[in-house]
Ligand binder design. Sequence first.
Ligand SMILES: *Cc1c(COP(=O)(O)O)cnc(C)c1O
Length: 385
Amino acid sequence: MFSNKDIAQFADLDTPFYYYDLKLLQQTLDACAAAANAHDFHVHYAMKANFNDRLLQSIHATGFGADCVSGNEVKKAIEIGFPKEQIVFAGVGKSDKEINEALDLDIFCFNVESIQELEVINELAQAKGKTAKVAIRINPNVDAHTHHNITTGLDENKFGINSWDLPLCAETLKLAKNLEFVGIHFHIGSQITNLDVYKNLCVRVNEFAGWFEERGFMVKVLNVGGGLGIDYQNPEQQIPDFIAYFQIFADFLNKRPNQEVHFELGRALVGQSSSLISRVLYVKNGKKKNFVILDAGMTELMRPALYQAYHQIENISRQDSEEVIKYDVVGPICESTDCFGKEVLLQETKRGDLIAIRSTGAYGEVMSSHYNLREAVRSSFGQGG
Ligand SMILES: *Cc1c(COP(=O)(O)O)cnc(C)c1O
């Protein structure tokens, strides 16, 4: 995957850094746009996956909207140039300040996650003499069959309004003079690789849309969220199967003629187009284990420490050598969970070698921290090999 030219270029840069392959990013965005356009589906990019300016510019230029989960993400989306009518704002804990700012910016829609939040948005909109557009985020109790820590659509999760609260939600909407109901919203989890999960979601979406229609609501927008996974085991399998993904919704959603279907993809759009490039500081050969100690740690890439996420690890300085050894690949941070992989097979590794941790475009750079007073992580851009 990495050309000799890439590796020569990396050798001159200070490590660690996120390398972004802008060519692969654009190919991924184009594949998604083409597959969505075939059904007239709308895609909002979930900015929390990666809000690096350079990536956002490409995503905006491809024509996607923005799905935000904080007031600062809404402001950033506007700054980058996303049209306000293509910006949605979700999150269980929107502060009054964030709601006010989003009202001032006239975004398309708030995805509302509780009845109390509906009341607050109504009051704040009234104080401004405005009408806020809202979609109701419903917790559909659909199991995403993904890692426990990234499941969001079960009764036990904090996200969305539960089905038993919908009658009160409908009443609140009818009484709220400064709210305009535009539709219903779902997001059941992340890194979903079993597409059958989405069939189950469609069934629930149809039921809930019918429920609102029976009570006299016009459900203009069906927003089915995101969560499409990528193949972390095969970083070279780079572009997710967007065609199969959208086809499920085309086949199983009961879409009315003037309804719009919205998606909020994050990981699937950006995940594969980046690697974290790091240098080996030390190699420590123990009795039971060999350790490769990198200059990158959980402060640069937190996913392995946070939810035991798998990332493929490669020694790109020794791609030709045949002999492989098992290493635990760890970072320099003073935490035992600061480990990128256990018993990883690598070519015999030496101090100074460059290590690529693959598939780090989503929830990588954005989750970096200053723990241990570490420096901010850098990024570098290329056009692929
Ligand atoms: C995080 C999030 C997404 C995107 O999830 P991915 O797994 O990255 O596709 C979409 N919608 C909402 C509301 C989110 O919080």
